[in-house]
Design a binder for this molecule. Structure first.
Ligand code: C5P
Length: 299
């Protein structure tokens, strides 16, 4: 394979259209049933061949540029696959960070998936699809999804994937609160709230049945209730998005971002204006189909 000098890639974010936590696995991870959906919000990455040690440059000072960055882990795996010894060398990665961090939008994971593909080309190593998928899963549970893009069902840890047909295009209003949520912590909260949570759900169902409004208080995301318990703003934002016409609204992944889906652009714009606030970021974007996501990634 001919080595290239520089490669540019867009790494798209995702939202979770639904997320069910089915229990804890023997490895401590949680068994998930989720639906990933690409959105038109991306980090811009460049991978450049250069002498010297591998390094990462990012325009956002809050983004780590050492081994904590998943791109670094991707580089180590590709370097090893290229049968090169020691720490990775001969590449500089620049990241223009556009996807809010600790928001449940998969920015770090999407960057890592883009890095696996691009560094393999840069360092001239051919990786079969299965191998690429295994390397992605070793970096993080949702990294394999970003090798696919579009609408995809994620099972097991979220890394067993079933491609679905693209959903009808929708406008997306993202509201990113001033605080972040760590995925690890959100799942620990789910573990902690387990018993109380189930009793609470049963009580809620009883009241809802009595009031004739079954399902009204049930989110499509099982992590929403446990995150909202620590950050009540989440509930306020979801309800505000629904109030302003979203046909679906919930937390994305483990948060902290919440999203609302809209059929028409002006409705999304109106909702975004209504939800604007000093300590939060409000973005309007749209869902991306698989083919479009792949085409734009390499543009
Ligand atoms: O795989 P990743 O490192 O992205 O996951 C971050 C953390 O989220 C894990 O360490 C684990 O605590 C939690 N997690 C989980 N079950 C999943 C995915 C993530 O418990 N299916």
């Amino acid at each position: 394979m001919a080595a290239e000098r520089s490669i540019a890639r867009a790494a798209f974010a995702k939202i979770n259209l639904d997320l069910r936590v089915r229990g804890v696995r023997p490895d401590g991870y949680h068994e998930l049933h989720t639906t990933f959906q690409s959105i038109a919000l991306a980090d811009a990455l460049t991978f450049t061949h250069a002498a010297g040690p591998f390094h990462i440059v990012c325009d956002d000072p809050r983004c780590p540029t050492d081994r904590r960055n998943l791109v670094w882990r991707a580089a180590e795996l590709v370097w090893k696959a290229a049968r090169r010894r020691g720490a990775p060398r001969e590449a500089i990665v620049t990241i223009a960070k556009r996807i809010p961090m600790q928001a449940g939008l998969g920015g770090g994971s999407s960057d890592a998936a883009a890095a696996l593909r691009a560094l393999a080309v840069l360092w001239g190593v051919k990786l079969a699809r299965d191998r690429l998928h295994r390397m992605a899963a070793a970096i993080g549970a949702d990294v394999p999804y970003f090798l696919e893009g579009g609408t995809v069902r994620g099972l097991d840890r979220g890394d067993r994937l079933v491609r679905l047909a693209d959903i009808p295009r929708a406008w997306v209003v993202l509201v990113v609160p001033g605080f972040g949520v760590s995925t690890k912590e959100a799942f620990a909260w789910w573990d902690h709230d387990g018993q109380a949570g189930q009793a609470g759900q049963a009580r809620l169902a009883m009241h809802a049945a009595r009031d004739g409004q079954e399902g009204k208080n049930k989110s499509s995301n099982d992590l929403q209730a446990v995150v909202a318990r620590r950050h009540p703003l989440v509930t306020t934002l979801v309800e505000a998005l629904e109030h302003h016409g979203a046909f679906q609204a919930s937390l994305s992944g483990s948060g902290s971002a919440v999203f609302g889906l809209f059929t028409r652009k002006f409705e999304a714009e109106r909702a975004a204006r209504a939800l604007a606030g000093a300590r939060r970021q409000v973005l309007i974007t749209r869902t991306l189909g698989r083919a479009e996501c792949r085409r734009l990634a390499a543009k």
